[in-house]
Ligand binder design. Sequence first.
Ligand SMILES: Nc1ncnc2c1ncn2[C@@H]1O[C@H](COP(=O)(O)OP(=O)(O)OP(=O)(O)O)[C@@H](O)[C@H]1O
Length: 262
Amino acid sequence: MLRLTSVAAGYRGDPVVRDVSVDVPAGGWLAIIGPNGAGKSTLLKAVAGLVHATGTIEVADRATHELSARERARLIGYSPQTPTLPEGMSVTDYVLLGRTPHLGTLARESRTDLEVVAGVLARLDLRGLAGRALTTLSGGERQRAVLARVLAQQAGLLLLDEPTTGLDIGHAQALLELVDRLRTEDGTTVVSTLHDLTFAAQYADRLLLLAEGGVVASGKPAEVLTPELLAKHYDADVEVLETSGGEIVIAPVRRRPAELDG
Ligand SMILES: Nc1ncnc2c1ncn2[C@@H]1O[C@H](COP(=O)(O)OP(=O)(O)OP(=O)(O)O)[C@@H](O)[C@H]1O
């Protein structure tokens, strides 16, 4: 569904990510991980067509630079890390914007559009906030509204930049479960950046670890999330644990002065 070949991307001619090649099959979930400033958001923006890139980016076997704006919007849904939200717009109207690529020539929303929006609002626990102005929402509520908009778009490829930022643990799990259901039921392909490595381990089927703009590891979560790689690239002290159900947990380890001394 998504194929990157030797992709470099950056700002004003300066590449901040280099030589990225990766394949994500339909229904796959790739999490891009890495320390601050590694180039994760830039890579996602390159796929969304928002920053200049070289190399080849193909979605559903079509080079993205050949897609019209409407084709791109039908194929690719992108939710940014820090979106600009229109002043005064209600949650429902904002989420309806996600349906724009599907509207006919009269640009009137159909019953289907309204049903899709209602369904997404319900699944993201936003029904009670549907009539509220976006700007009056809390940080986590806004984040859910932004995700609701991109989910209402029903694109085959979802690009989610730090989707769980600002969400409490329950809402974060509900969101990731919802995305996972789209993946298994509709074959939606997901590429997300994720700082929470436990969520990355539990939800993505492949990880791409970026450091200083380059790919330093890629593979299944258990192959990439090793204490050695995390120490090397994040300068982090962690243990990789397992839940009773066999799910990976990345736990930070605090070394007390006494332990460090001896
Ligand atoms: N609009 C921009 N103009 C110039 N440089 C930028 C721009 N946006 C990001 N950068 C730089 O590109 C590099 C990669 O940034 P990017 O946002 O892709 O990192 P990231 O891995 O997503 O980081 P974080 O985990 O902190 O969100 C950083 O050095 C950043 O300062």
